[in-house]
Design a protein around this ligand. Sequence first.
Ligand SMILES: [Zn+2]
Length: 137
Amino acid sequence: MFYSNEIVETVRQANPITDVVGQYIQLKNNKGLCPFHDDKKPSFSVHPHKGIAKCFACMPHAIDVFGFVMLMEKVSFPEAVKILADRSGIDLPDFSEEDRQALEKQKKRERILEEAVLFCHNQLMSVLKLENGKEAV
Ligand SMILES: [Zn+2]
């Protein structure tokens, strides 16, 4: 499953991180008990303007709203997008046959390009080998 950046950003904007996090844990002044470790004091903070959240105790990096749902629901990125799209009433485009074919075509083009590059590389290598051979003589 694959969603365009445009769709992902639309879903992100429709789901403010404070709202989404607030569904799972109680936030006070954008801080709350971390749901990902046994938290005694509020280590989990949300930065609504940046659209990120971070636990100072158990997270080396901040996460965005999708990352939060992925951790919370133990799902993959596309599933997190789907959950948040459903939550905010956004219809995600299904992969149409056309999209699928376009994607296949693109993959094929990339493969052809790779082969072409490899072919040139091999040609060049054999030319170099020849020249090296000449020098040796
Ligand atoms: Zn934590």
